[in-house]
Write a protein that binds this ligand. Sequence first.
Ligand SMILES: CC(C)(COP(=O)(O)OP(=O)(O)OC[C@H]1O[C@@H](n2cnc3c(N)ncnc32)[C@H](O)[C@@H]1OP(=O)(O)O)[C@@H](O)C(=O)NCCC(=O)NCCS
Length: 166
Amino acid sequence: MMIRRERAPDRPEILALIEAAFPEGVEAHLLRELFAAREYIPELSLVAESPDGAVLGHVISTRAWIGDNPALGLGPLGVLPARQGRGVGSALVKASIGAANGLGEPAIVLLGSTEYYPRFGFVPADSVGIASPDPSWGSHFMALPLAAFHPGIRGRFRYAEPFNRL
Ligand SMILES: CC(C)(COP(=O)(O)OP(=O)(O)OC[C@H]1O[C@@H](n2cnc3c(N)ncnc32)[C@H](O)[C@@H]1OP(=O)(O)O)[C@@H](O)C(=O)NCCC(=O)NCCS
């Protein structure tokens, strides 16, 4: 398996896999909007590719804000149902963290499973001064401070615009 940047011809396959990973969800619709949004960051839309060229998983991080400071919002993350539980999702999250650090981003923020994301170092966002846009998200709202993070980066989190239209 290889992690690489998404290319435009991958998009139908990526959207099909996100639909398969979230059969009831809005994630494929959200992702389509994120691809077209001004907050899209090409370096942070990553696929996991099998040796035979199939797309097994995809993750995207888009421009977001903590107060007035630029940061990243991660998601959706999805893996083909038949390939789940074999490390594809973990490889995509770790590659996202490496790429975001390399770009000098201060933090990755997400709404997700408290069973899954703490293994990568994510902590409750409020514990590092990042306020949730929706208090009902509770401990599912998590953040990973990166090398460029500093305590002056605090305030309310705001996702890329397409998240507000969900
Ligand atoms: C969640 C998801 C991205 C994880 O990717 P993956 O390749 O299956 O996961 P990995 O092989 O890297 O990691 C496996 C671990 O994740 C856990 N896990 C898998 N799906 C999970 C979920 N929806 N919530 C919490 N934990 C989950 C497994 O229990 C396993 O835990 P263990 O290592 O303690 O046994 C993938 O299963 C998926 O696309 N699920 C459907 C979509 C979804 O629910 N996305 C929400 C992300 S919060």
